[in-house]
Design a protein around this ligand. Sequence first.
Ligand SMILES: *Cc1c(COP(=O)(O)O)cnc(C)c1O
Length: 391
Amino acid sequence: MTISNAFKSGRHFLQIPGPTNIPDRVLRAMDYPIIDHRGSKFANLTKSILDRIKMVFKTKEPVVIYPASGTGAWEAAIVNTLSEGDKVLMFETGHFSFLWLEIAKKFKLQVDFVSGDWRTGVDPTIVEQKLKDDKEKKIKAIFVVHNETSTGVTSKISKIRKAIDDANHPSLFFVDTISSLGSIDYRHEEWKVDVTVGGSQKGLLLPPGLSFNALSSKAIEAYDRSTLAKSYWDWKPMLENNKNGFFPYTPATNLLYGLDEALNILLEEGLENVFKRHNKLAEASRRAVRAWGLEILCKNKEEYSSSLTAALVPEGYDADDLRKIILDNYDMSLGTGLTKLKGKIFRIGHLGDFNELMLAGTLAGIEMGLKKSKIPFKPGGIMAALDYLSK
Ligand SMILES: *Cc1c(COP(=O)(O)O)cnc(C)c1O
């Protein structure tokens, strides 16, 4: 470490929308010697994890775990189900939707990319119209990012499912839940999602390094037709090995210890309580942003994200200057504006291992940072949040 990284007293506030703060219990659980990943102790660990991870996705179908970041699980959804030239439907919700689009293009899928304003979610009426217009049922898959982490907008997956059903279309349905799983209500099976993509480092209380594909039987049928080359991401050897508690290649043993403990924690608190806690902390954050006189990026109330809030700074000011002031003075990291939104917004991550007092500290850091900046604002955001939290 260099001098500029000299010790700062107290805890760093990591309030970016992922990677998130990791509970001490999870950190301790990972601090454990490696065991033989071909031995029976490991097999028992895997089986227990694979059973319980299903509860988080709300499914009884298999969930595949990759030693990879979320991007790997994005690619896995594609290569296991589709073929070159397949027509697919994707939606511009923000930065992450673009990244998934880039992967689809590299695999030579024919993408109909519905443009968006980065302030709203996927419109179910457009989904329904696009599918109804597709008389020959050429569209093979629909891709949706559930919680767009670059904007703080959450698309309504149940409504999009209904739109697909109303159009009576056989398309596969893929959903990215990397920043919603374990923080925003999500139901893989009930919403008949065919591949749900998840990641470890946002709501799942883990470091980066694991990602997930939750499957449906329809996705497994699509696998048999798919001709895209697959090796590392191939579901088949994964599912075969998983049956006995093993993996086709060396798993991320210590991250799996962490996942085991993270599942204990999530299920102890209870998923519904986890969602309620996130909803409450999100609402308090929005009240603070409004009281400061800043605008919330997300336009529709019903699409507000419970895992992060993106706030616009007024025209002519740079949100990254504010973020720097806050980091330098109060040792807190906030999320930056990505690509189109660079300098225009800051993002408050309020997901994962997080509570009222941590949010109070976060909002205090922002309010003090605003005071030190030249950005015009009204004081009192923190009080608006505390009033709501203590009601
Ligand atoms: C973080 C994130 C990703 C990217 O995952 P990596 O782990 O960086 O590969 C994808 N989608 C969403 C919605 C995310 O929030």
